[in-house]
Design a binder for this molecule. Sequence first.
Ligand code: NAD
Ligand code: FES
Length: 291
Amino acid sequence: MYKIINKRQLSESIFYMEVEAKRVADSCLPGQFVIVKTGKEGERIPLTICDYDRERGTVTIVFQAVGVSTIKMSRLEEGDGFTDFVGPLGRPSELCADINNAKGKKILFIAGGVGTAPVYPQVKFLKEAGIDADVIIGARNKELIILEDEMKKVAANVYVATDDGSYGFKGNVNDRLKDLKANGAEYDLVVAIGPIIMMKFVCLLTKELNIPTIVSMNPIMVDGTGMCGACRLLVGGKVQFACVDGPEFDGHLVDFDQAMKRAAIYKTEEGRAKLALLEGDTHHGGCGNCN
Ligand code: NAD
Ligand code: FES
């Protein structure tokens, strides 16, 4: 069992858990994810790692209780545990896998809602490597802003924006970026992590501004193993699987509309059968043929 040693409720439906998982903590890097299960019959839930402590042998996850499995997870308390905590999975963030990718660059992270959690370890990793980055945290309202204090300890500047103006700048993350640009800010690279619709619109803006942009396609994953086919997406016209080839991709090459449409179709049995018919050999609907 993987014991929960620290639990915090960050907002009405967002939970933070530090879990004893020494083997994952020993080797994980920012950008990678774990698959957790609360019981032998439980659903597999892929979650991007929010933090890790190699000395304590712990990994921190942050999740939103939205479906049956995540609501069950949210009811676990300190001392309880997960039956499965598998990882690290996926490729590490390119910036952290090779710090030369980050050196000399002015980097802006754009974190939307719960997507703030996977942004945190990347900014922390860069800070420890002597590289300063700025962060925009966007949320619908003040109550949904998470990890602001933690982020302030590792980022050069943290810019908070709320859609309703209840805290910080009034507007979404793109409005905040436009405002920063209008005030003279320059960036060489943007990393955007949040809802797919946010990443789509951030990429439309950064394309206009000519700033290369990395996104994390974690939201379309289901089993996280390359078997179910749920996370199939087109990147530069090429078929990729978020859990095996990502989760991070060049956002200017991702076909977000296709990814969102496909994720909606995938939700029903009939939809999955239709995708198998349309996508043929590249469907991976449980065929196990991917690497
Ligand atoms: P949300 O819908 O409240 O949006 C958060 C912020 O994103 C908004 O406040 C706004 O600033 C920005 N945003 C949203 N839509 C936008 C648009 N069209 N244009 C510009 N900015 C926009 O976010 P939430 O409810 O916290 O997000 C939950 C989603 O985040 C889930 O779908 C989850 O799968 C996803 N998520 C993604 C990752 C990842 O790795 N990409 C990680 C965790 C969660
Ligand atoms: Fe199932 Fe990637 S999440 S194939």
